[in-house]
Design a protein around this ligand. Structure first.
Ligand code: HEM
Length: 297
């Protein structure tokens, strides 16, 4: 790869595999986590903006997977501060749509190429000073300082906020389009951490109650807000719509290992923005899924 040529998903996953420890049968990022069956109850407040089935008024079953971003099967929870929350809304006729989010509102780079160059800069031949230099002094990664500040101390998965980072376009019955970004806002008040792992802590809370819930917020863009650049947050005063509430119900015995939470899978009433990182994720997740044996190579 050089700075001019677009990267392929194969090159991207090869770079991850040569820089980090990965396991054949696990995801090439966010390799460990815990998955639940859940119910999403839409509030109906999104109806003026979209015809999307999961954002109307009828409840929808969902699968939710929380993860540590590390590629390592035994990640140190604290040294892997980026956490994931992936949600699949299961709709009639075997259709579905995904929201695959993390606990920071912006991404480290505007393009997939710059992100993979950063991964390559972290390979075993580089020193820590070269790595810090790549992050601190390269203008491609100028959001690094902001991301560090956003990574507030955490104790568990269930009290974090998770963000789609990318914009999506909602389409309503009159075919009007509105750019939005999504956020899961935790509704859990109990912030104790009594178990030996974040996974066990969450399993315990889901089994013992009170219910573990998240509110889905949609931030509405205004004219001029960037929709194809994941490094730029929209101003805080943008209108927020409360689209519904997700309640975790029971631990999944398959841990959602065979699910690919491709964030570009959308349904009528919602479309992907032109963000190049969003589109690249689809190819990268599918390449990772092939290598871990859950879809055909
Ligand atoms: C070019 C940028 C990116 C690349 C190359 C990349 C790569 C990957 C790969 C290979 C996986 C494993 C997929 C699988 O095997 O099913 C993964 C999972 C994941 N990624 Fe990314 N990713 C990128 C950007 C992002 C962004 C911007 C977010 C958040 C908005 C994100 C959130 C996640 C989450 C939450 C998972 C775990 C999904 C699950 O539970 O299955 N990634 N990523």
């Amino acid at each position: 790869m050089n700075n001019q040529n677009p990267i392929t998903a194969i090159e991207a996953i090869d770079s991850i595999e040569s820089t980090f420890h990965t396991e054949n049968n696990l995801r090439r990022a966010h390799s460990t986590g815990v998955a639940f069956d859940a119910i999403f109850q839409p509030s109906g407040a999104a109806v003026p903006w979209t015809t999307a089935a999961h954002l109307q008024k009828t409840e929808v079953p969902a699968v939710v997977r929380f993860s540590h971003s590390s590629t390592n099967p035994n990640p140190n929870e604290r040294l892997s501060p980026v956490k994931g929350m992936a949600v699949r809304f299961q709709l009639p006729n075997n259709t579905y749509t995904n929201l695959t989010m993390v606990n920071v509102p912006i991404f480290i780079s505007k393009t997939p190429e710059a992100f993979i160059r950063l991964i390559q800069a972290f390979d075993s031949n580089s020193t820590w000073s070269q790595r810090i230099d790549a992050l601190m002094h390269n203008t491609e990664y100028k959001t690094f300082g902001t991301i560090l500040k956003e990574l507030k101390p955490f104790r568990n998965f269930e009290s974090l906020h998770y963000y789609s980072i990318h914009a999506y376009f909602l389409k309503n019955a009159d075919l009007e389009r509105q750019a939005v970004r999504f956020e899961w806002q935790p509704l859990t008040q109990n912030d104790d951490a009594t178990s030996n792992s974040m996974e066990n802590e969450l399993i315990h809370k889901v089994q013992q109650g009170p219910p573990v819930r998240f509110r889905l917020l949609m931030q509405l863009a205004e004219r001029g807000d960037a929709t194809a650049d994941p490094t730029i947050a929209w101003p805080d005063d943008r209108k927020l719509i409360e689209a519904g509430i997700l309640t975790l119900h029971s631990l999944r015995t398959d841990n959602a290992e065979s699910i690919v939470f491709d964030p570009t899978v959308t349904i009528k009433g919602i479309e992907c923005s032109d963000d190049p990182v969003l589109h690249f994720r689809s190819a990268a997740y599918n390449e990772s899924a092939k290598r871990r044996g859950v879809i055909k190579a």
